[in-house]
Design a protein around this ligand. Structure first.
Ligand SMILES: [Zn+2]
Length: 365
């Protein structure tokens, strides 16, 4: 018997493109009720309908035959207990669905790419983590030490993490409300910790997100209530990027110019430094309130000065994995598209263009 197409993949592809059912119906030359019946699995996907959906959604027909437990477009807002959003404003449901769909599609790619790849080298001592109890700050400093990060600011956290087999996946998820997502991908007795990070956000924020997600990966294997989970991941990231013994002496007499100066030194946001000073009682509540207010007044709560001039993170492991397929396994672009169920232009954008280093645009006044 021929394998049937998977209606969940239609939902996923539609959400990935940010379309609602009637928009898809219009694009595909189908009726609204047909899309609804298709997505609910009531109407069988004929060859003609699949061709129409493929054209409208810009995925090859093979995409709609993916049958996989990871990919589940029907569960919006439910990435996994480790899914992580830092929202600047509340996102409409369609936007959440789109981010969710993009992550699921990328996870499917990673699953396929990692099936034939062996990562070697030391890893993070995941199993010893439970011994630390709840002292998140000590854990952050120990992990830093363990992975050989010298005292001082971290210029490229991805490089350290990727040397420990944590894959940092750069994504341009199209909207700045999404920061990152982390998960441990399990494939036949092997585990791959993954951190997705939205490279459309400024470099200081990208770095904090990677550290925050590392905190989730290390700390939150079992269930922890969301508020507590986020507090711990933020405390971990803060201490990991700015260890107290190093930054504490620098936090006296904070002012806006001094926060800017520290931001450039640590490669972290002014807000995260001010928050740290508050946590460590290095600033009076009055002074703290004053600085938050001033940062708001100057528009720094939306975009801090110089954020784009901070050294960016440059993850490379995924590019190296793609290169392994392309060069050592001699996959041409068509082979890659077949493996990942992508159309050529999208494959090129996601894996051959977006990840290569581009000169940064800078606006000079
Ligand atoms: Zn989080």
């Amino acid at each position: 018997m021929e394998k049937a197409a998977n209606p969940k993949m239609v939902v996923l592809a539609r959400q990935y493109r940010g379309l609602n059912q009637s928009e898809l119906a219009q694009k595909a030359g189908l009726k609204n009720w047909q899309i609804s019946r298709i997505e609910n699995g009531v109407q069988k996907l004929s060859e003609t309908v699949l061709e129409k959906l493929s054209g409208a959604l810009k995925f090859p027909v093979s995409f709609f035959f993916i049958d996989d437990e990871i990919v589940d477009g029907s569960r919006s807002n439910d990435l996994s207990p480790m899914g992580h959003y830092r929202k600047r404003k509340s996102a409409p449901a369609g936007v959440n669905d789109k981010i969710h769909a993009e992550i699921n599609v990328r996870l499917d790619h990673l699953r396929r790419l990692l099936t034939n790849v062996e990562l070697t080298g030391p890893s993070i001592p995941w199993s010893d983590i439970a011994d630390y109890g709840m002292d998140v700050e000590s854990l952050a400093r120990d992990i830093r030490h363990h992975i050989g990060i010298p005292d001082g600011p971290i210029r490229n956290l991805s490089e350290y993490l990727e040397a420990r087999q944590i894959i940092v996946v750069p994504c341009c998820l199209g909207m700045e409300i999404f920061d990152g997502y982390s998960v441990i991908l399990r494939l036949r007795h092997r585990s791959f910790p993954l951190i997705f990070v939205n490279t459309l956000t400024p470099p200081d924020r990208v770095r904090f997100t990677i550290a925050h997600e590392l905190g989730h990966l290390l700390l939150h294997d079992g269930y922890v209530p969301e508020k507590e989970r986020e507090r711990e991941a933020n405390a971990f990231a803060s201490e990991f990027l700015m260890p107290t013994p190093l930054i504490s002496p620098q936090l006296s007499s904070l002012s806006i110019p001094k926060l800017e100066q520290l931001k450039f030194y640590w490669g972290t946001s002014m807000a995260s430094i001010l928050y740290k000073a508050s946590q460590l009682n290095r600033i009076s509540p009055d002074r703290e309130r004053h600085l938050w207010k001033k940062m708001g007044y100057l528009g720094y709560r939306k975009l801090e000065p110089g954020s784009r001039d901070i050294a960016p993170e440059t993850p490379r492991l995924l590019t190296r994995i793609i290169d392994t397929y392309r060069n050592e396994m001699q996959h041409d672009k068509t082979d890659m598209c077949t493996m990942l169920h992508l159309e050529m232009d999208e494959y090129e954008t996601l894996y051959e263009e977006e990840m290569k280093e581009k000169p940064r645009m800078r606006i000079i006044n």
